[in-house]
Design a protein around this ligand. Structure first.
Ligand code: URA
Length: 220
């Protein structure tokens, strides 16, 4: 039987031969691996310490990130920064990225409203995340939100059941899945928002302690 060409969208063909972060970032700017590129201002590639022991993964760039070209620099990024500070973690030591590198949105009046990426779109973008993980080689991955967690741990992963636990991904890397900062920002109830922010900060602190422990072990 003749083999049918794959109809699955994928970024794979856009990845460069050289896989250092600077070359990857430059190549990602030209990615048209799925239809999301067409409505986004630009690709928002991951950023941070190339030798980070802890790597944070979000869902996709938001409106501010899409305009500015950097991950987590809008409202969710500001909350993330405050929680990192509360946890005593220096963002400059981390690598921060997203499961999907283009902003998916729909118009509502003059506003661009975030739309959750589909499983197909997350899968299409996966080669970029895989390349970042292979290059940075973090000891701990923090997956923020269900999209990031399922991108890394599989579609059957349930954040509500395993939030904050240390789970090995299929490649044997330690993953801590936690809430997405945007989800905390959306909570109407003040008491709940405060409690979830504290729990999110605890998850970051826990992940950082694991990363530190692995760095100490590596020195022995
Ligand atoms: N939300 C995300 O998941 N990533 C960003 O970079 C910003 C908001």
């Amino acid at each position: 039987m003749p083999r049918r060409a794959s109809l699955e969208p994928s970024a794979a063909a856009f990845l460069p031969r050289r896989r250092d972060l600077a070359t990857l970032r430059e190549a990602s700017l030209h990615c048209e691996g799925c239809p999301l590129w067409a409505r986004a201002t630009q690709t928002v590639f991951g950023e941070g310490n190339p030798h980070a022991r802890m790597l944070l993964v979000g869902e996709q760039p938001g409106d501010a990130e899409d305009r500015l070209g950097h991950p987590f620099v809008g409202p969710a990024g500001h909350l993330l920064d405050r929680c990192l500070e509360d946890a005593g973690i220096d963002r400059d030591l981390l690598y921060v990225t997203n499961a999907v590198k283009h902003f998916k949105w729909e118009p509502r009046g003059k506003r661009r409203i975030h739309t959750r990426p589909s499983t197909r779109e997350v899968r299409a973008c996966r080669p970029w995340l895989d390349a970042e993980l292979a290059e940075v080689e973090p000891a701990v991955i923090v997956a923020m939100g269900a999209t990031a967690a399922q991108a890394i741990l599989g579609r059957t992963f349930r954040l509500t059941e395993h939030r904050g636990e240390v789970i090995l991904d299929p490649a044997g890397r330690s993953v801590v899945a936690t809430l997405h900062p945007s989800a905390i920002l959306r909570m109407d109830d003040d008491a709940r928002r405060t409690a979830e922010r504290a729990a999110f900060t605890d998850d970051l602190r826990h992940a950082a302690s694991l990363a530190l422990a692995s760095a100490v072990t590596a020195l022995r």
